[in-house]
Ligand binder design. Structure first.
Ligand SMILES: Cc1cc2nc3c(=O)[nH]c(=O)nc-3n(C[C@H](O)[C@H](O)[C@H](O)COP(=O)(O)OP(=O)(O)OC[C@H]3O[C@@H](n4cnc5c(N)ncnc54)[C@H](O)[C@@H]3O)c2cc1C
Length: 439
């Protein structure tokens, strides 16, 4: 549902907002003081509001804050990293093409290397220090297996250091439109509400929730969502291991429960969560039978995903195949292909000051499986944040100066050279497809 300014204020009065909306200080005073009075509407003004603290949202907020825009990020849970950190998705897919050449640079690489500050995680093979022959660098892909805790800590530190105001436990629940623009965003933080005015907004919700609140077209994903679970177990000596494949066990033992879930219906979301957890219980039971037969100690569940492990939610409709190239990423499934991210993929056609970032951007069906992974989510996040910082007051993203945007991206460490988009001469097309360990 969207509301215009007049009906929103009428609604606020009906709800009994006890503070005059204009009476609270407009200038941001930091997250802690913003939400202090029970039942009050607190009002803040920013240049850029990012909704969603997954990898895309973090990349967007970092990019705009570092470009000098006053930025805040709203996250409805209490930590950063979204589906990845809270869903135990702990493989940061590759930044290279598989032929020893890095193709993704900038904030995606910074975030891939972030857990190295707080843990012993290291990128694969020669990619640790990025030194090595072509052969050495093509032996392994430039990716990282990380633990969720250090990543969450690192993401938060990065935002705080960049001067981003983080609002945790804060859910965007409506927008106030003025023509084609979002004038203000209404967010619920516990019992309080925040009214956030901004020049630019980024929808990094993973489900195009902001675009949907604006009444814009999205496409959902009935296929691809089956129960899954990456969960941690401890052995008798309290050593922790990650286990994948719970969904496979459920499909084998109870095919009826292993069906597709749309992810856009409250009942289905809960059924998916319950089926995924049942999958974990069945998987550990099977594994412990196997271990008992070998005379081994049983394993015990240590930690399960706390975030819906739905691959596919809604995304902005269309393919967005137009506009300048604002990012480059490779294919995690096979070596060889390199793809451009086009600015048109970030646009939300009916809203002039809103961009999408992450797994909810517009893309062709066949590209979705690549676009949804962490490198591409960070690429689109950095592009959205950089564009948000450049948007003139009252301007429209559709008419943003493309060359200036590309120059700003390059100046902040992104590489956009056309050469990078040419596949390695050794790649003759096709190639073996790697399987994700999800099910
Ligand atoms: C089983 C599985 C395995 C996967 N394996 C891999 C893998 O190995 N490697 C890889 O790179 N990728 C993998 N992926 C994909 C990848 O994890 C996600 O697509 C990616 O993390 C999405 O990032 P995002 O920032 O776009 O969205 P999300 O991570 O979904 O973040 C969105 C954030 O927005 C917040 N939010 C939503 N609505 C609101 C609101 N109204 N107000 C405030 N906040 C809101 C959410 O709480 C969340 O934190 C996998 C996915 C699944 C399901």
């Amino acid at each position: 549902m969207k509301v215009d300014r007049r009906s929103f204020f009428a609604g606020a009065a009906a709800l009994g907002a006890t503070a005059p909306l204009g009476g609270l200080a407009d200038e941001a005073q930091g997250a802690s003081s913003a939400i202090r009075s029970h039942g009050f509407f607190a009002r803040r003004k920013y240049d850029h509001v990012v909704v969603g603290g997954g990898f895309a949202g973090v990349a967007a907020a970092l990019a705009s804050a570092r470009a000098g825009a006053k930025t805040c990020l709203l996250e409805r849970t209490n930590v950063l990293g979204g589906l990845s950190t809270q869903g135990h998705i702990i493989v940061f897919m590759p930044l290279c093409d598989g032929y020893g050449r890095q193709v993704t640079f900038g904030i995606p690489e910074e975030l891939l290397r972030l857990p190295m500050k707080y843990s012993a995680a290291k990128p694969n093979g020669a990619w640790v220090d990025k030194k090595g022959t072509k052969k050495e660098l093509s032996d392994k892909r430039y990716e990282l297996v990380f633990d969720p805790g250090p990543m969450m800590l690192g993401l938060e530190r990065a935002l705080v250091d960049a001067g981003v105001d983080i609002f945790y436990d804060c859910s965007a629940e409506n927008v106030v439109r003025e023509g084609t623009r979002i004038a203000e965003l209404i967010a619920r933080c516990g019992a309080q509400r925040l009214l956030l005015a901004a020049n630019a907004f980024t929808d990094a919700t993973g489900s195009a929730a902001l675009a949907q609140l604006c009444g814009e077209a999205t496409v959902g994903g009935r296929t691809g969502n089956i129960p899954c679970g990456w969960y941690y177990v401890v052995d008798g000596e309290r050593h922790i291991h990650l286990r994948c494949g719970a969904g496979k066990t459920l499909r084998k033992l109870d095919p009826a429960a292993a069906r597709d879930y749309a992810g856009d219906d409250p009942d289905e979301r809960s059924r998916h969560a319950i089926a995924s957890r049942r999958a974990i219980l069945l998987d550990i039971e099977e594994e412990n039978k196997r271990r008992a037969a070998l005379g081994q100690e049983p394993l015990h569940v240590f930690s399960i995903p706390t975030y819906p492990t739905l691959l596919k939610l809604a995304r902005v409709a269309g393919e967005g195949a137009s506009g300048p190239v604002v990012g480059i990423f490779s294919d995690w499934r096979r070596k060889g292909p390199v793809y451009p991210l086009r600015f048109g993929q970030l646009l939300v056609p009916g809203v002039s000051n809103l961009l999408a970032a992450g797994r909810c951007i517009a893309c062709a069906d066949e590209m979705w499986d690549v676009v949804r992974c962490l490198p591409a989510c960070c690429v689109s996040g950095q592009a959205a944040g950089t564009a948000a910082a450049l948007l003139p007051r009252g301007g429209s993203f559709a008419s943003l100066d493309e060359e200036t945007l590309r120059k700003r991206l390059v100046a902040s460490g992104v590489r956009l050279d056309a050469e990078l988009l040419k596949p390695d001469p050794e790649w003759k097309g096709g190639g073996e497809m790697r399987e994700e360990g999800i099910f």
